[in-house]
Design a protein around this ligand. Structure first.
Ligand code: FAD
Length: 317
């Protein structure tokens, strides 16, 4: 089922879960086991992130994010196929422009369609290690809006139409939105105008970057609506789990952490469990408030962790 249909038919908010594909060497059984704790909540689908070859940010046990050269992460398509065949639930691969040509993306779409996957999230991705600014791969896309447009165009093409009667609407497309502005945008107005380009190009809904102050999300939705963006905007949350993230998350994702949360973490001192609990409880209260405000779904950046997410799901859904 397409996310657009799920959103249109849902009568109450549901959890949306995002996982990161395993590194080479991890087995299918380990992947299946790692997401097993989520299954008691009958998720409607699982998002699987996509990673360009060069590097990634990994959350270490001490809460730091370190940069690693990774050339052999299992592909999002393979992970989606494994989850679908084991759990029989929908999966949503992320597709990125970074490090990919347009033709490679078309091939990826053919493979997804072969598997019966008709939901994707279309993103630009980030620059390579050592690169200051994102530069597109030769023959690739520069912006996510171009990617969305390219997907719709490909599916509207004569060769594609021969294969599929549904034509250019086969895929339901989600895109990313930034309540605190994408770090490269000169201001929030320009960023929202660029977000609208993605929707105008054919995106069906938006998932936001993580935020820790719900007012930021509510203001963002208001601005989007005023700018003429009418598609659903799913809020994205990540529970803070270590003291180090107080500085690392703003640095990595260009966002603010509210003073009440930084103070609560400071009060916990060196007590790692208390910090973890505080971050989880903050996320629970954010989630409950969002649901009370009528959001259609809440997207969780699980970062491969399940304990805190499971607690949040138990309390909120
Ligand atoms: P874009 O929408 O292309 O925007 C990038 C920048 O360009 C913005 O500053 C925007 O204002 C500007 N811009 C856009 N269009 C134009 C235009 N026409 N003219 C001028 N400026 C323009 N990254 C991954 O690598 N893999 C993932 O799986 C992944 N999943 C994500 C999931 C979500 C929900 C979110 C919010 C982010 C995710 N990211 C992922 C991170 C994302 O790739 C980065 O944040 C990236 O820097 C921007 O991607 P985007 O799709 O928002 O880019």
């Amino acid at each position: 089922m397409k996310v657009s249909e799920i959103l249109a038919s849902s009568t109450k908010a549901y959890p949306s879960l995002e996982i990161v594909p395993p590194l080479r060497g991890m087995t299918k059984d380990e992947l299946i086991e790692s997401i097993a704790p989520f299954m008691e909540f009958s998720p409607k689908y699982i998002n699987v992130t996509s990673h360009r070859d060069e590097f990634e940010f990994r959350e270490e046990a001490d809460g730091t994010f370190s940069r690693h050269l990774v050339r052999n992460r299992i592909s999002e398509t393979t992970v989606c196929a494994a989850i679908m065949s084991h759990y029989g639930i929908e999966t949503i691969p992320h597709i990125i422009c970074a490090g990919t040509t347009q033709e490679e993306i078309e091939s990826k779409l053919d493979n997804l369609e072969f598997l019966g996957i008709n939901n994707i999230v279309a993103l630009r991705g980030d620059s390579m290690t050592g690169e200051k600014r994102f530069s597109p791969t030769p023959g690739g896309y520069r912006y996510a809006s171009e990617l969305v447009e390219g997907i719709r165009k490909y599916q509207g093409s004569a060769s594609y139409q021969r294969k599929r009667k549904e034509g250019d609407r086969y895929f339901c497309i989600g895109v990313g939105g930034y309540p605190e502005k994408h770090f490269e945008a000169p201001n929030i107005e320009t960023d929202i105008a660029n977000l609208k380009k993605k929707v105008d190009a054919g995106a069906d809904y938006i998932i936001t970057q993580m935020f820790f102050d719900n007012q930021v999300y509510y203001d963002f939705v208001d601005r989007c609506r005023k700018a003429g963006i009418e598609v659903p905007i799913i809020p994205g949350l990540k529970p803070l789990s270590t003291a180090r993230q107080i500085s690392l998350l703003p640095e990595s994702f260009s966002l603010d952490i509210p003073v009440e949360l930084t103070e609560a973490i400071a009060e916990a001192g060196n007590d790692k469990e208390a910090i973890y609990r505080t971050g989880t409880e903050w996320c629970i209260s954010q989630c409950k408030d969002l649901i009370a405000h009528g959001v259609p779904a809440v997207h969780f950046y699980t970062m491969g962790k399940s304990e805190n997410i499971v607690r949040i799901l138990k309390e909120c859904f």
